[in-house]
Design a protein around this ligand. Structure first.
Ligand SMILES: Cc1cc2nc3c(=O)[nH]c(=O)nc-3n(C[C@H](O)[C@H](O)[C@H](O)COP(=O)(O)O)c2cc1C
Length: 384
């Protein structure tokens, strides 16, 4: 749908109304408070140490904010973690690789939170085995919490509340110093390598490749529509389904109200909303001032979980360094239309035969953004 002059004027009119009502006051009413409550509730109000640790774990980064975790607490001192099959991303993540990485982020945050509360966590991955094709109904992990006088909060734990996926424009006048970038590589997981770049050639090549990946994902109907279906536009949709891709704030709500920004317009490659979205995204990609990525020597479920654990650390380290970070997963995805770009990104990042690039993210300096919505912890507990 193309945007008519009248619609533009209407939006401008809405903005005037918003301004007249007091822009600050209006935008404050658009904050989806209930959907953000898990951020302030973490660590509070639970007698059970498992619930205290889980209340942090649900703040983990995860693909499309699907929050695929489901836990069973019916066995004393034990947490059994499952993947909620309905929360996978079959088009963009056909083998549940990224979903598994998100579950790895969850496990790392769970262990950090337990440690900060004086508990060691013994984690057994896939106690009943797993499938490399799709995750199934078998548990992803069993975690036993055990009082440990030596357990203490890891250094990075205090950045949990400030960690974000930052999708804004990064400051292209501020390079990232090599020693800052180097600190993101401070992690040791066997069979896993963390790479970074901030060179002119590296930025040029990766800006171009990540754009190619974005174009492919957005011009392939099945993958585009998977994302479009998961869009939550405006406060009411975000509060009803605090997951997926959230488009909040006063301006986006006004555009939605007048029909300029809807699932239909965003999903239609001929629409102005689609074209403007693509232009905007290109600008964001071109503001990358560095990249960080994770490569594993093989691609087992255990490798994917380890990647998630490492990625959570990278995310928190970036937060500590005041670096903004946004994963850019498109070129790493395994559906046929992406095959060529996937080969190119593996070459560009120096991944050898058998190795898999599991995560790639852009880095830079930008203002802090609000936290993303979460389902409340109780909704993710299967039985207790
Ligand atoms: C495996 C994985 C892949 C991701 N891929 C992308 C991506 O391609 N683009 C993006 O903007 N965010 C990506 N993210 C970030 C998630 O969208 C983000 O963690 C989620 O929306 C929750 O937001 P938060 O990180 O601010 O808490 C990815 C995260 C993970 C763990």
């Amino acid at each position: 749908m193309s945007v008519s002059r009248r619609q533009v004027l209407y939006v401008i009119g809405s903005s005037v109304v918003i301004a007249a009502a007091g822009a600050t006051a209006f935008s404050m009413t658009r904050t989806p408070g209930a959907a953000l409550r898990p951020w302030s509730a973490a660590g509070t109000g639970y007698a059970d140490p498992r619930m205290r640790a889980l209340s942090y774990a649900i703040l983990a980064p995860n693909p499309h904010n699907r929050q695929p975790w489901l836990v069973d607490l019916s066995q004393k001192s034990k947490i059994t973690l499952f993947c909620d099959a309905d929360r996978r991303l079959p088009e963009t993540d056909p083998f549940d690789r990224q979903i598994s990485i998100g579950l790895g982020c969850f496990l790392e945050l769970l262990s950090m939170a337990a440690a900060s509360d004086g508990y060691a966590s013994d984690v057994t991955l896939f106690p009943n085995g797993t499938s490399e094709e799709r995750l199934d109904e078998r548990p992803v992990a069993e975690i036993t919490l055990r009082r440990d006088p030596l357990a203490k909060a890891p250094e990075l734990f205090r950045y949990v509340h400030d960690r974000r996926t930052n999708r804004s424009l990064y400051d292209t006048s501020r390079p990232i110093a090599p020693d800052v970038l180097g600190q993101l590589q401070n992690a040791s997981f066997s069979g896993l390598t963390i790479g970074t770049t901030n060179t002119e050639d590296g930025l040029k090549q990766l800006r171009a490749l990540t754009w190619t990946g974005h174009e492919i994902e957005m011009l392939t109907e099945s993958t585009r529509m998977e994302s479009v279906r998961l869009m939550r536009i405006g406060k009411s949709e975000i509060q009803t389904n605090p997951d997926g891709i959230y488009l909040g704030g006063a301006m986006l709500e006004a555009l939605n109200l007048v029909g300029m920004l809807t699932r239909e317009t965003i999903g239609d490659p001929q629409s102005d909303a689609f074209k403007q979205g693509m232009d905007m995204f290109r600008g964001l990609l071109n503001s990358a001032m560095g990249y960080v990525w994770v490569v594993t020597d093989s691609n087992s479920r255990a490798d994917q979980i380890a990647t998630g654990r490492a990625w959570l650390g990278i995310n928190l380290r970036a937060t500590a360094l005041r670096l903004a970070l946004q994963p850019l997963s498109q070129t790493l995805q395994e559906y046929p239309e992406m095959a060529f770009a996937r080969v190119e990104i593996h070459k560009a990042l120096g991944a050898g035969p058998g190795q898999t690039v599991q995560m790639l993210g852009r880095l830079g300096y930008a203002d802090q953004v609000p936290p993303s919505p979460r389902w409340g912890l109780e909704t993710r507990v299967a039985s207790s």
